[in-house]
Design a binder for this molecule. Sequence first.
Ligand code: F6P
Length: 535
Amino acid sequence: MFKDLKSLRSQQCGESISELFEDDPNRADMFSVRFETLLFDYSKTQITAAVRAGLIELCNRQNVAGRREAMFEGGKVNETEQRAVLHTALRDPDGPELIVDGEDIRAPLRATLGRMERLARRVRSGELAGPGGPFTDVVNIGIGGSDLGPVMAALALAPYHDGPRCHFVSNVDGAHIHDILQRIDPKTTLVIVASKTFTTVETMTNAATARRWVESGGGKPARQFLALSTSEEETAAFGIPREHVFGFEDWVGGRYSVWGPIGLSLMLAVGPDHFQAFLAGGKSMDTHFRTAPWKQTMPVMLALTGVWHNQVCGYPTRAVLPYDQRLRRLPAYLQQLEMESNGKSVAMDGSPLPHLSGPVVWGEPGTNGQHAFYQLLHQGTSVVPAEFLVAANGHEPELEQHHRLLVVNCLAQSEALMRGRSLDDACALMRAAGYTGTELERQARHRVFPGNRPSTTLIYPQLTPYVLGQIIALYEHRVFVEGVILGINSFDQWGVELGKELANSLLPLLSRANGDAEKDGSTRALLDFVRKFKA
Ligand code: F6P
C-alpha cells in the first residue's frame, strides 16, 4: 500500500525543509489547514505537493470516506466486537434520528445528558449534599478511558472551575487513593465510580476502599456514590441505587467516552454550560471532518502527516509537546487514544499487518521538556517528529510576559529543529570564543545541530472549553483516519487482556510457595523475593 510512497522515501524524507521554504515563499499557506480559529501548520515537514497527493490518494484507496460515514451512521465498524462506534453522537444529542439495533439513540442520549445536567446543578448549588453539608470534593474512580479523558480535560479547563474540587484515582497502587482521601472529608465528598464494564479490578478495588472510607468516616455511601457504566447488573451488585447510575451503551469506546457520562466529573467542575461548549467544539470538528475536501480537512492532514513520518520515513515515535501546562495530561491521554487504537499487528481480516503498526506516542509540556529530553530531539541520532500545540493567549492577563515567553519558546523550538546549525557556523562561534586549531573544530562539532527535523504546530487563540472539544475530536479523527489507512480495527484492545489474566493467576501465588511450577524461572524468582520480604 505504501509502495509508491516508499519509492519517494530516500529522496524525500531527507529533503531540506529550509530549501523547500526558499523555493516556495508561500509554503506556510500551502501546507497548513485552517478551521474556524485553529491553524494546523505542517509546512516544517518534508511533505511536498507530490507527497501530499500520494498521501491523499491513500485516503481514496482505503475508502476513508466510506468508513467515516459508516462510523457516523452507526455501522458496526468495530468488527471484532461487532459494535457500532458512536462517540460522535454523544456530542450531537439533538441530531437527526440515528438507528442502532432498531432503536433511535438520540432520545436516550438527550435524557442522560439532561439527568447529568440536573445532577450537576443540584450538586453545584448545594441542594444535593452529603451528611456533612454541600459537596466540597468529587473523587472520580476509574482507569484508562474512564480516567484519562476526564482528568486531562479537567486540568485543561482549570480556569473554568467553579464547582467542587475534583480528584482522580486510577492506580490500584493504594498510595494513589490514600494520598487523596487523607486530605478530604468523607462526609462532604461525592464518589463517582466510572467504569464502562464495572468489573475492572483496579477500579472496583478502589471503589470498595472508598466505600469503607465513607462508611467509617460517618458518611452515607447510598447518598454519596454515583456510577457511570454500561452495566446495570454490576452497578446494582455493587449497591449503587438505580437513580445514581448514569448509563451508556457499548458503542461508546472507553478511550472515546469523555463526551458522555464518563465526563460527569468535568461537568461538575466547570458546569453544564461549559460542558455544552466542550461538546459543541467536538461537534464542529465532526462536521468539518465530514464535509471539507481532504486537503483542507484538519484531522486528515494531521493523520497523513503521521502516516508519512511513521510509515514512509520510518520514524517509530512521535512527541506531543503542548506548550500549555494545563495540557500536561494530553500526552498520556493521546498515548491511550493512539496506542490502544492503532497498536495492532493484525489487519481487519485477521491477516498479519504488512507494514508498521501506529507509532509510539510520548511527550511532556513545554517548556519543561526543553530542559529534559529536547537534547535528543536536536542532536540525537534518531529523528522524532515533534507535534507542538500552543495558544496565542493564556488565561492570566496579569502574567502576559510568561505567555509571551511560552509562545516564543514553542516557535523557537520548531525553528531550531528545522534550521539546525552547520559546522561552519559552529566554528565561527568557537572562533569568536577564542578557540583555535584542532580544539576549535573538536569543540565546534559538539555544537552542530543536524537540523532538518520535522515538526507540526497546532495553534489556537485560547484553550476554551469549545477549543478543547475541537482539539480532542481532531485527534480522535486523526487516529481513525490513520487506522483506516493502516487497515486495522482502531476500536478494540485485545492486547491488554493477557496481562490481566496472568495477574489473576499470580495473585494466589503471592501468599503460597507451591503452585508456581508452571511459571518461568524469572517470575518464580521474583515471587520468591516478594514472599521473603513481605512484611
Ligand atoms: O484495559 C483497557 C481498558 O479496557 C480500556 O480500554 C478502558 O478504557 C479501561 O480498560 C477501563 O475500562 P472500564 O471503563 O471498563 O473500567
